[in-house]
Design a protein around this ligand. Structure first.
Ligand SMILES: [Zn+2]
Length: 111
């Protein structure tokens, strides 16, 4: 989780446009960056609208604890909307940066 990610825009949600979004299903939306957000009021990572990255929530549910600030949840196939537990893994920030530097430079943000 970088500083950049915490300030991710949620334009598609504000202004009620999220409701017209075809992927909108009971408190989910996809940010302009391509990340899936889920409604989770009261979560320590929740943004202004009370939304949290779905991949974080899936991994936290799997682990039974919160993801710490020094950890990143990585999408093994680099598809940000593929939030099945099989596609996710927890890496430390260092491991995650290294992984992306070694594989591709296209994915600058965490995925
Ligand atoms: Zn990644």
């Amino acid at each position: 989780m970088t500083e950049e990610n915490t300030t991710i825009s949620y334009k598609k949600f504000v202004g009620g446009k999220g409701i017209q979004n075809p992927v909108w299903k009971g408190g989910k939306y996809i940010s302009t960056e391509g990340y899936v957000f889920m409604k989770c009021e009261g979560h320590p990572r929740a943004n202004k609208g009370g939304y949290v990255f779905e991949h974080i929530l899936v991994m936290e549910k799997h682990l039974g604890r919160y993801i710490t600030k020094s950890e990143n949840v990585h999408h093994k196939n680099h598809v940000r909307t593929d939030n099945l537990i099989e596609n996710l893994e927890v890496l430390t920030r260092g491991q995650h940066t290294r992984h992306h530097n070694l594989t591709t430079k296209i994915y600058k943000r965490s995925c």
